[in-house]
Design a protein around this ligand. Structure first.
Ligand SMILES: [Zn+2]
Length: 417
């Protein structure tokens, strides 16, 4: 699947997206060729085209809500997220994995819904990645469900993702991971003039607002400040992304987002879901949130000519590798515990089998307390292990692994006395 991700497909999607002139959430919804209405119909048509070859597993729709006037919205506006759902094949598996990009674009003035705002990179890149993942993955089947979404209203204050995250929370979705792709297809920076298409960032927040009371106490006592849900996901993204995609380093950034900027993962993080932001390594602010113009010889504006489609291919493939690994894997092991009833120089962990899917066995992961990534792993087909390493000196976690080698997200042990 990684090999099927095509820079030409990605380029063609972005050419189409840019052709709508502006994709401002406040722009026309009745014009057939211009504005957000035409753009979301086009994304829906792509999803429907893939659905036709999916054996009935992929279905697509525009999920709408009316947003009222206020903040960055100057009139009541119909907002539409374009959603494609690749239904899982295992009826006992209710896990959902979600990839998102934002369809809307903006000019210098966020309220200007008329002038051109090509949004090739922000966030044509993320939207193209979502469409390309849907194209490749819809020809395969997975036990778990994958949702591909192009949201609107990001630039108007994360309105579309907030709407989606609220549904996920209300309907109690078993949403295990959210990949928000925003600005991930350009390889160069202004000011510092760095050109690098070999590194991509994954931003993750340490804690979730759901971490209160005993949970936060536990984090303090056990030193788990780098093992929150989103950060654990970021670590997995790095591991799998670098395993499957050549010439790409996934750089973890230990914060939720960049200064002065927000993103569509945040409404999910705020509701307690594991969600990360994937963004290019070096940003060029001449091409973000800028009206098209030339000033002192510099071309401003978010145009396709500033993109690197080979870089976008790698970053898209990195997302795909992660989504596919997670959706193919069995669910996580349950009731993972570390025994602490005695003073020992070894570590004993036990757990029970995953809820859905058949695990061939488990990887017990280990790392020093100061290490950002897992350093050692032990395979066992049992649901208990004793290792000759002190639980005082390392972090441990357990992940399920299936027959084809796909790994679930790791689970940190709770303390059993
Ligand atoms: Zn953006």
């Amino acid at each position: 699947m990684v090999n099927e991700v095509s820079p030409d497909s990605l380029r063609s999607y972005i050419t189409s997206l840019v052709s709508f002139g502006t994709r401002s959430t406040l722009s026309t919804q009745t014009d057939q060729k211009k504005g957000i209405g035409a753009a979301r119909n086009w994304v829906l048509s792509k999803f429907n085209q893939f659905a036709a070859n999916s054996g009935g597993r992929l279905s697509a729709y525009i999920d709408t809500t009316t947003i009222s006037k206020g903040g960055r919205v100057d009139k009541p506006t119909l907002l539409g997220n374009v959603v494609a759902v690749l239904k899982g094949t295992d009826p006992n598996d209710n896990r959902i994995f979600l990839i998102s990009g934002h369809l809307d674009s903006r000019a210098s003035d966020v309220m200007n819904a008329i002038i051109d705002a090509p949004g090739a990179n922000d966030d044509g890149s993320g939207t193209a990645a979502v469409i390309e993942c849907a194209r490749v993955m819809s020809t395969r089947s997975f036990p778990a469900t994958i949702i591909f979404i192009a949201v609107s209203g990001e630039e108007q204050s994360l309105l579309g993702s907030g709407f989606m995250a609220e549904q996920a929370k209300k309907e109690n979705w078993n949403l295990e991971a959210v990949f928000n792709n925003d600005i991930m297809g350009s390889n160069n920076s202004n000011e510092t003039n760095i050109i690098d298409n070999t590194r991509v960032r994954v931003f993750s927040e340490a804690f979730s607002p759901a971490d209160t009371g005993r949970t936060i106490q536990n984090i303090r006592n056990l030193g788990l400040e780098n093992d929150g849900r989103s950060r654990q996901l970021a670590r997995y993204v790095k591991e799998i992304g670098e395993r499957y995609v050549d010439n790409l380093e996934v750089v973890m950034v230990y914060r939720n987002d960049r200064f002065l900027r927000g993103g569509d993962h945040t409404p999910f993080v705020q509701r307690g879901f594991a969600a990360v932001r994937i963004t290019e390594m070096n940003e060029n602010y001449h091409h973000q949130h800028q009206d098209l113009r030339i000033e002192k010889g510099i071309q401003y504006g978010d145009l396709p000519e500033f993109m690197d489609f080979e870089y976008l291919r790698k970053n898209t493939a990195m997302n795909l590798a992660n989504l596919a690994s997670l959706a193919k894997a069995t669910s996580m092991p349950q009731q993972v515990q570390v025994e602490t009833k005695n003073l020992t120089n070894s570590t004993t962990l036990n757990w029970s089998a995953p809820k859905s899917g058949k695990a061939k066995g488990y990887y017990v992961l280990m790392r020093e307390t100061t290490s950002a990534v897992w350093q050692k792993k032990f395979f066992t087909a049992e649901t208990k292990i004793t290792l000759p390493y002190s639980k005082d000196n390392y972090f441990f976690a357990v992940q399920s692994v299936n027959e084809t080698g796909n790994e679930s997200l790791p689970v940190l042990p709770s303390v059993a006395r």
